[in-house]
Design a protein around this ligand. Structure first.
Ligand code: NAD
Length: 442
């Protein structure tokens, strides 16, 4: 692989003139500004026209809604919801809905940018969006959660649609919630079956796709299978550790083990577990589903966060929340590769330390693009009234992931940049071409 140069640990951050032009602050701790900084850096290396750079620097629409919901005890609570539509030059806005107490506008904006980049990198005809509701879904009853979802849909229904903006699940939301979402939207819009294509990640019985649940984890493994041999790392017999054992983490771990690798350690919000001979990833998954976390899993020894991060592995897979690999954790990591399965798991300062240590970072817009790719397949099946089998979904997913990995590698070799910059450049090249052909109205 080409050595990182332009986006080296010494590159200046938040130095694009676009920040001043648009009156944006230069707060290094703000996730949105960090994300845009990396995008603008890639845009400059690519010499993307100025007008495309300023378009990319801000979302097209930022929608914020407040809506009341009746709780089971009869009192009403006001909820805050977001839908950010970053860019639709390549197709309808697309991106998940996060239900979490810490959902904030800037974080949603940042995740929306990543969606624009992800969809473009894997060449699916979508733009980028993201949304969420500020709440703790675990503290709500099923009936309360259903009412929250339905009221949120009612609040944003005029701004979304199966050909305009298509949400999906993210942290804190699931297939059942997408079924309520689609049903409410179809009811409000007097929609035909086509209205159900307004969201993806639905249960199979209401138009979901086979293979969607494991898709993000599978995409991580497809990318690793393509890129690890160039680093002289074999998945068979190779070692990894996984941060987060939810949807993405558990599937990445299970599929890594299925290819003959060992998962030495796993950690989530309940604790950590380690087994030098390799964890039984399926048994751990069952344990997490039964108990809510990896803590107290009998198939390994309990470990502290420090021990977890210091475990020597070939590949470290962050699959939990954003910004968890900070400088302290980056110093502790003893791995050759970080495969970013979560969105934006590495802080810029953490990234600089990893690069100084010679760790290869496979960026989130590449590694975690499998979910949206199979969401796209679900939408295509809905729109064409067809049903694909698992073999077709897996084959098509693999093709998109392998091509995205190669596209990233080609950019990297051509420009001598790090892999994150290369992935952004491969995404921006496609968007730049669309703007060059479409022009700017009027
Ligand atoms: P999830 O809710 O199923 O799992 C999240 C995991 O993170 C859980 O295991 C949880 O215990 C863990 N976690 C939370 N806080 C933690 C902490 N402080 N320390 C350690 N672990 C902690 O979510 P998911 O769908 O697996 O998503 C994980 C990440 O992948 C998110 O960044 C999400 O945006 C991203 N992502 C998900 C998909 C998808 O298809 N689900 C697609 C692309 C990207």
């Amino acid at each position: 692989m080409a050595k990182a140069s332009i986006s080296s640990p010494t590159r200046k951050h938040l130095d694009s003139p676009v920040f001043d032009e648009l009156g944006m602050e230069r707060d290094p701790d703000n996730l949105y500004l960090q994300t845009i900084d990396a995008v603008l850096h890639a845009a400059e290396v690519l010499k993307l026209p100025h007008h495309v750079q300023i378009i990319m620097a801000q979302p097209k629409n930022e929608i914020m809604v407040h809506f009341p919901v009746e709780m089971d005890d009869g009192h009403h609570r006001l909820f805050k919801g977001y839908r950010v539509q970053h860019n639709n030059a390549l197709g309808p806005y697309k991106g998940g809905l996060r239900f979490h107490p810490h959902v904030s506008l800037d974080d949603v904006k940042s995740l929306a940018v990543l969606m624009t980049m992800k969809c473009s990198l894997v060449r699916i005809p979508y733009g980028g969006g993201k949304g969420g509701v500020k709440c703790d879904p675990r503290s709500l009853t099923t009936n309360e959660l259903r009412r929250v979802v339905r009221r949120f849909v009612a609040a944003i229904a005029p701004q979304i649609g199966p050909d305009y903006d298509i949400p999906a699940p993210d942290v804190g939301s699931n297939a059942q919630m997408m079924a309520w979402f689609a049903d409410t939207y179809a009811g409000i819009t007097n929609g035909t079956r086509d209205a159900m294509a307004v969201v993806t990640g639905k249960p199979i019985a209401v138009g979901g796709s086979v293979g969607r649940e494991k898709a993000t984890g599978q995409g991580v493994i497809d990318v690793l299978a393509e890129l690890l041999p160039e680093l002289n790392i074999q998945m068979k017999g190779g070692t990894c550790s996984v941060l987060g054992y939810g949807n993405v983490g558990s599937w990445s771990a299970k599929l890594w083990a299925e290819r003959g690798g060992k998962v030495l350690a796993a950690m989530d919000h309940t604790g950590g577990v380690i087994n030098k001979n390799g964890l039984d990833t399926s048994a751990l998954d069952e344990h997490v589903k039964a108990t809510g976390g990896v803590a107290n899993f009998k198939g390994g020894d309990k470990c502290t966060a420090d021990e977890f991060y210091k475990t020597k592995v070939d590949v470290f897979i962050p699959a939990a929340l954003e910004q968890m690999i900070n400088p302290e954790r980056a110093k502790q990591l003893d791995c050759k590769v970080v495969a970013e399965a979560a969105n934006a798991p590495t802080t810029p300062a953490g990234e600089r330390i990893l690069m100084e240590k010679g760790v290869e970072i496979m960026p989130a817009i590449l590694c975690s693009a499998g979910g949206v790719t199979v969401s796209y397949f679900e939408w295509v099946q809905n729109k064409t009234h067809t049903i694909w089998d698992l073999e077709k979904v897996d084959d098509e997913l693999n093709r998109h992931m392998v091509m995205a990995a190669r596209r990233t590698q080609m950019m990297r070799q051509k420009y001598g940049v790090d892999m994150r910059t290369a992935a952004y450049m491969a995404a921006l090249e496609n968007i730049g071409e669309a703007y060059a052909l479409r022009g700017i109205f009027p």
